[in-house]
Design a binder for this molecule. Structure first.
Ligand code: FAD
Length: 462
């Protein structure tokens, strides 16, 4: 590795790398404190060709590297453990949207928010929306095939990309930055890099697909008794194809947000076991009555017990921030064991009921919290430590609790990672549960594209 670092320092300008521990330190911190990274050397390429030069040198010395975007990933793949660390943050240029092609080109290090803002300025929409959007990057979004709150209507990050530019493990550049909507010329390399979590190459730029901006957005928070009622409501709310968000929150989640995040309040006087944040988008103005009628019918039928509809943008933002703060609001409660699972949408109530019963039986007093993208069948199932147990003792139970939760997911034909990826957190579970043919094929692809295993070598570990 020493020789590799020496050579990079000879070839690349000083602003494109650093050995200064003070500069490197923030890149090594995982925001929840779950992983502490280590690296002797930070690469900060400003262009694709600099990235290619760096990778070529690493490849020649068989020196492993870890790629990092905004460092908001939740499964540890972006945190190096001794490898060279390559940050994409300097490759952050966002082009002006092309409104004829309805596309936009950006560097992999551009934040999702910068892309959203560029689209919005041109009166169009880039619909990917995550609570981490101020920090996460387009490269990270694509490498993890991120989901978020608008998948229901617009699809995952991978469905919003037209083409990619990337540096492969031998340092060659894949020039796939096209704006084609149709391109059936063999294997889709851009698509292969999506969700690969940096194990097959470094994404350096992307062409993204834009959508027309909705004229009216109606957002509401409803109170209801159970996930089964939420499923009934989803059926009622979907009509007309306007539904763009359907997010479940168990009461305990909203309680954490109102208790621990300043300025947050529950708009209902009486607490309910569950809440759903709903959003409808319309290309024409003022279809608020249409939404009110759906909620009135749901109230009448006993599907929901209460509802508030945002009267303006500020109120709509307030409702969304209740949902977006759930992750941050769990930090003060101590240790949490987190799962990001998906099951067929109709099985979500069954999953929550079975998982709650099973984990409470295994660890009495633990605090299960279900929240997230109910409309996609994707639930973040987080379990807080019991108040009378130490965090360490609780975390020692993580392997058993994971098996309990993932056995239920398997029984319901679901996935152990809906949108966060495998990273280093779930490699053992992937080996244990994935289809053997899929695993074997993944290994063959990895071997073909990265024979010396230098790209994010600890991630996926196929
Ligand atoms: C508060 C909060 C809310 C979140 N909500 C959601 C959500 O709703 N939906 C969701 O899907 N995720 C969510 N996440 C997880 C996270 O934000 C996403 O996974 C995001 O896509 C990661 O982007 P990043 O730039 O931070 O990537 P990083 O964390 O830096 O990296 C993540 C992975 O991608 C790889 N990678 C990064 N950039 C590149 C690149 N250019 N080329 C190749 N590989 C690369 C890394 O090596 C690593 O394996 C949330 C996270 C937080 C903290």
């Amino acid at each position: 590795m020493k020789e590799c670092i020496h050579q990079i320092k000879q070839v690349l300008p000083p602003k494109s790398w650093s050995e200064d521990p003070d500069i490197i330190a923030p890149y090594l911190q995982e925001w929840r404190g779950r992983w502490q990274g280590q690296t002797p050397f930070l690469l900060l390429p400003g262009t694709t060709s600099e990235t290619a030069d760096m990778v070529k040198i690493c490849a020649a010395h068989k020196t492993p590297l870890t790629t990092q975007g905004g460092n908001t990933g939740l499964v540890g793949g972006q945190i190096p453990q001794g490898e060279v660390l390559l940050s994409t943050l300097r490759m952050n240029k966002v082009s002006t949207p092309n409104l004829d092609d309805m596309s936009l080109v950006c560097g992999a290090g551009a934040t999702l928010q910068a892309v959203q803002e560029a689209a919005s300025k041109a009166k169009v929409l880039f619909p990917l929306s995550l609570a981490s959007q101020g920090s996460c990057t387009i490269g990270g979004n694509l490498a993890t095939n991120a989901g978020g709150v608008h998948v229901l209507k617009y699809g995952t990050a991978g469905e919003l990309v037209l083409g990619l530019e990337a540096v492969l493990a031998d340092g060659s550049i894949f020039h796939g930055l096209n704006t084609l909507r149709k391109d059936n010329t063999g294997y889709d390399l851009s698509r292969l890099l999506v969700g690969a979590e940096g194990t097959l190459g470094i994404i350096t730029a992307a062409t993204l697909k834009l959508s027309p901006k909705p004229q009216t957005i109606v957002r509401a928070l409803v109170a209801l008794e159970s996930p089964t009622k939420a499923l009934q409501l989803l059926g009622m709310a979907r009509g007309g194809g306007h539904l763009s968000m359907f997010e479940l929150m168990a009461r305990i989640g909203l309680d954490y947000v109102t208790r621990y995040i300043p300025g947050q309040t529950n708009p209902f006087a009486k607490p309910a076991p569950y809440y759903v944040l709903i959003e409808w988008e319309f290309e024409q103005s003022a279809l608020k009555n249409w939404c009110e009628n759906i909620l009135a019918a749901a109230l009448e039928a006993g599907v929901i017990t209460d509802a508030v509809i945002a009267k303006n943008g500020a109120e709509a933002d307030k409702l969304l921030s209740l949902r977006e703060n759930i992750s941050a609001a769990q930090k003060p409660i101590g240790a949490t064991i987190k799962h990001d699972i998906s099951v067929p949408i109709t099985r979500v109530p069954d999953f929550i009921r079975r998982a709650d019963l099973a984990v409470l039986k295994h660890v009495p007093g633990c605090r299960p919290l279900s929240f997230g993208h109910f409309g996609d069948g994707n639930i973040h199932y987080n379990i807080g430590q019991p108040e009378n147990m130490s965090g360490e003792k609780f975390m020692a139970l993580e392997p058993q609790i994971n098996d309990i939760v993932y056995d239920i997911v398997d029984a319901l034909a679901g996935s152990i990672s809906a949108e966060h990826g495998i990273g280093i957190l779930k490699t053992a579970q992937l080996q244990k549960r994935a289809d053997p043919t899929k695993l074997r094929t993944m290994r063959q692809i990895k071997k073909a594209l990265d024979p010396d295993n230098i790209m994010n070598p600890r991630v996926l570990e196929v």
